[in-house]
Design a protein around this ligand. Structure first.
Ligand SMILES: Cc1cc2nc3c(=O)[nH]c(=O)nc-3n(C[C@H](O)[C@H](O)[C@H](O)COP(=O)(O)O)c2cc1C
Length: 600
């Protein structure tokens, strides 16, 4: 590989290195080549970096490189991967030829500097390009880049458009320029672009407009046809014209020949990004963040499928039916026919970890026949999101058929009960069979307040359970609760729920609905309690010195994992706006959910 020299500045540099590698060293050499190529692809200014093998001489490999400039190539020589890998690879091979060259013809297909590189055999390339004054659009850009990374084999550059300050911008106002300034070569380099602007007077910012004006004048117009694009924006407030700005952004992109797409998914309750991520100021809550990541992932899917020819990345297959049919109890529902739901969810799924896999599935059951907890949508949304992070697929439903039909339930590896109340299902056989097969059950907050003898499960009256099923599964049942109050929660770290739990303090003050139960699970040796309440710090506790709040167990011959957390009455625990309280409640829940996913 050696360093070429004697190359001119500012013009694309093409480097060709011909190497002979003895047969017995080829495996090792190619392993290093793979690492070198994947790191080199991430470098600024690298337009192509490919290893090809001679069809005539099996020991002959040719490295074909193209760089934006000499400076970029020089920077490549100083990278850790070049410095470590190249001497080792040179030691195992003989350099037959090393050529440095420049384009001989002034024309090329679409003037696209990356033409000629087989898009099928390299990573997809995504540019997240944005403008910002006060940093909000920059945060969206970072989340979109995170979303892109959820699909494997994607390289991503995040760049901010340059441009002088406007006269109205205070000199002391600092733009968020934590990312490098964009060059036109970034646009040439990319297969797909997510382009974000602050909403300014219902349109795109002057700097963003200037960037594309100048790109056009520099000869860029006509060079980007067929690339994929999507738009995003930060607006001052809901209804401030964000959609108009996103559409105005798309108008510019379409003028340049980009293919723009919409997104049908609902990423939260009453929340979608049909026209791109339209965020009021900074993306703060879980729904906003999920929306931005979703857009990045979808862009990657489009690029993976249409540009890189990857069938498994096709958005048709990766569509997230659970999000698309977001359907919550207590809300007039767009009812989803079960067969549609089943069909959609049986499509191969690209998990958030980026592996193409048949994801395992969890049924999130939200039926509330009696008391309706307001936090249920936020809770369901959080659980869905977490399951996706684990590489699972979640389906939210309040249709009891899913629990009563053995055939339907058999499609799920885990059942998650959220805030249920009243007679939420009648036949218990399918659920018992699910457990017999070693599949898990999770319950959150009022889940175990289902099947009570009273109409008012709000807690004033002491309730008696009318069904044994939850007692059999969770080991106890809801009895009542005193009013919401602050109390001291203590943690027990001697458990199998994994190391993340230790990020919760051993004791913390917490405001919640603290339930009393029909039985104290501390007395059940099959149950491990992970969080408990110090009743001396609250009023109305009936459990005594050892008041359990969250616990787990394994039941049946197949040791089906069961986790229950009574914590988590409020929506703010799940939408990220609840501060430390939110963090502790969700960390405990995440540990239990993970335990049940891993052991189901
Ligand atoms: C000149 C100007 C015009 C704006 N026009 C709008 C507007 O039409 N609608 C709106 O919701 N916000 C408007 N805003 C507010 C910005 O869109 C909002 O503050 C945004 O979060 C800024 O993003 P940034 O932090 O990435 O710069 C405007 C701001 C400026 C400076």
């Amino acid at each position: 590989m050696c360093k070429p020299d004697n190359m001119s500045n500012q013009i694309h540099i093409h480097v060709t290195v011909v190497k002979d590698v003895p047969a017995e060293k080829q495996q090792k050499w190619l392993e290093m080549a793979k690492e070198l190529a994947s790191e080199t692809w991430k470098e600024d200014g690298c337009i192509s970096y490919d290893f090809v093998r001679s069809t005539e001489k099996q020991n002959r490999f040719i490295i074909v490189e193209e760089w934006e400039s000499q400076a970029h190539l020089d920077a490549h020589f100083n990278t850790p991967h070049f410095q470590t890998l190249v001497p080792l690879m040179d030691g195992m091979s003989e350099t037959v030829e090393l050529d440095v060259s420049q384009k001989a013809l002034a024309i090329s297909r679409h003037n696209d500097t990356s033409s000629g590189v087989s898009r099928k055999h390299r990573n997809g390339r995504i540019l997240v390009l944005y403008d910002t004054s006060s940093g909000s659009t920059a945060m969206i850009a970072d989340l979109i880049a995170e979303g892109v990374k959820l699909l494997d084999k994607m390289d991503v550059r995040v760049r901010v458009v340059p441009g002088a300050a406007a006269t109205w911008e205070k000199p002391e106002t600092k733009r968020d320029i934590s990312h490098p300034f964009a060059t036109f070569n970034d646009v040439y380099w990319a297969d797909g672009i997510a382009c974000g602007t602050p909403t300014n007077l219902g349109g795109i910012s002057y700097r963003m407009k200037q960037f594309w004006d100048e790109f056009s004048q520099a000869g860029g117009w006509g060079s980007t046809d067929g690339k994929i694009a999507t738009a995003f924006t930060s607006q001052g407030g809901h209804g401030g014209g964000g959609e108009l700005a996103a559409m105005a952004m798309q108008t510019v992109l379409m003028n340049f020949g980009f293919s723009c797409f919409g997104i049908t998914d609902y990423t939260g309750f009453l929340d979608t990004n049909h026209y791109g991520s339209i965020i009021a100021k900074k993306p703060r809550n879980l729904e906003d963040k999920r929306k931005c990541r979703r857009q990045g992932l979808r862009l990657a899917e489009f690029v993976g499928y249409y540009i890189n020819g990857r069938d498994e990345a096709n958005p048709v297959h990766t569509k997230n039916a659970d999000i698309k049919f977001y359907n919550f109890p207590g809300i007039p529902s767009r009812s989803v026919p079960s067969d549609v739901l089943d069909e959609r969810t049986s499509a191969p799924h690209v998990s958030l970890e980026g592996r193409s896999t048949e994801a395992r599935k969890a049924l999130i059951f939200t039926k509330m026949e009696d008391y309706v907890h307001d936090s249920t949508p936020a809770m369901a949304s959080w659980v869905l999101c977490k399951l996706q992070e684990f590489g699972w697929k979640g389906v939210v439903t309040d249709d009891k058929d899913f629990l009563e039909s053995e055939e339907k339930l058999s499609a799920y590896d885990l059942v998650v009960f959220l805030n249920n109340s009243g007679q939420i299902f009648d036949k218990t056989e399918a659920l018992m069979k699910h457990i017999e097969q070693g599949k898990g059950v999770v319950g959150v907050h009022a889940a175990i307040a289902a099947f009570l003898n009273g109409k008012d499960a709000s807690g004033a009256t002491v309730m008696e359970p009318t069904s044994e099923i939850f007692h059999t599964i969770f080991g106890s049942h809801f009895k009542n609760h005193p009013p919401v109050q602050k109390g001291k929660v203590s943690m027990n770290f001697k458990n199998d729920l994994g190391p993340n739990l230790v990020s919760v303090p051993s004791e913390f003050m917490h405001t919640d609905e603290f339930f009393n139960f029909t039985k104290n699970v501390y007395d059940d040796p099959s149950i491990t309690v992970v969080a408990s309440l110090d009743e001396s710090t609250t009023d109305g506790g009936l459990m005594g010195e050892r008041h359990p709040l969250a616990w787990y167990r394994n039941i049946g011959e197949q040791k089906a994992p069961v986790f229950y957390s009574a914590l988590g009455h409020f929506s703010h625990f799940y939408n990220g706006t609840g501060g430390a309280d939110s963090e502790y409640v969700t960390t405990i829940l995440e540990a239990g959910l993970r335990y049940c996913c891993d052991n189901s």
